[in-house]
Design a protein around this ligand. Structure first.
Ligand code: ADP
Ligand code: MG
Length: 258
């Protein structure tokens, strides 16, 4: 990457006594995420996982409390100027823009790109397995390839915090594992702080160093992934795994991938 790129050394992320509501049930978050580590965010549907990420990204505004990224209060910053990138399950790309233009948006919203930018874009495309596909439109790509484009944009955007809201939920198991491993590799290279929402315990176990478990609009448990997936994990989390995943997945998560 060019010398002008922002160095992505992960920074700590904190929601400090943050409260929020869409009008009905209140949500409240008081939680810290370790710098430069991958934290899996789990919890039942509607527990507040996406809301938590949206508060960090600036798509939602707290009623009270502070959003701290790298120790700085980013509450007044619009999403584009926060030191974060975010990736969703779908609709990460502009349909009328090519792969390389979609990636280029990570560097310049107006797509005014320098030679160095183009070199970085080519490098990011190669790194995410998209070499040769730079002229394609999103509709000419598979679902997995579209998510690779979104990851390439994350690379050229080069922010210290990466927020992933179930980005691989619609992919089959083998492809999902490939994508998770790509995220883990990029994390090893860049050291960004990664918050990763997933419904799949095996995904959390595969790449997560920490787990934050949400229930009913608040953090019900938080800790090291190894503790969560040991028999003695938090009671609320074990109940969630047992109820949502059934025996086969419970057996599956007991087996750490090599
Ligand atoms: P999760 O991502 O864990 O499934 P969400 O953060 O999307 O949960 O939702 C948390 C709560 O807020 C849920 O009760 C949900 O119905 C509600 N909610 C989410 N988005 C909106 C919205 N745009 N308008 C109104 N209520 C919402
Ligand atoms: Mg969600």
């Amino acid at each position: 990457m060019s010398d002008g790129a922002i160095a992505t050394k992960g920074v700590p992320v904190r929601l400090e006594k943050v409260s929020f509501t869409y009008g009905e049930a209140p949500l409240s978050f008081d939680v810290a995420f370790a710098a430069a580590e991958i934290t899996a965010i789990m919890g039942p549907s509607g527990s507040g996982k996406s809301t938590l990420l949206n508060l960090l990204a600036g798509f939602e505004t707290p009623l009270s409390g502070r959003v701290l990224i790298g120790g700085a209060d980013v509450g007044a910053e619009p999403p584009a100027s926060r030191p974060v990138s975010m990736m969703f399950q779908e609709n990460n790309l502009f349909a009328h823009l090519s792969v390389e233009q979609n990636v280029g948006l990570g560097r310049s919203p107006s797509l005014r790109l320098t030679e160095a930018d183009h070199a970085d874009i080519a490098e990011a495309l190669a790194r995410t397995g998209l070499a040769g596909k730079q002229k394609r439109l999103p509709r000419e790509l598979s679902g997995g390839e579209r998510q690779r484009v979104a990851l390439a944009r994350v690379l050229v955007r080069d922010r210290p915090v990466l927020l992933l809201d179930e980005p691989f939920a619609s992919l089959g198991p083998a492809l999902r594992n490939d994508m998770l491993d790509l995220v883990a590799d990029l994390h090893a290279e860049r050291g960004m702080t990664v918050l990763f929402v997933t419904h799949q315990p095996q995904d959390a176990r595969r790449i997560g160093q920490n787990v934050v478990f949400l229930d009913n609009g608040a953090v019900a448990a938080a800790g090291a992934a190894d503790d969560f997936f040991a028999g003695a994990g938090p009671e609320a989390f074990r109940r969630y795994i047992g109820a949502s995943a059934g025996d086969s997945v419970s057996r599956d998560i007991a087996r750490k991938p090599t």
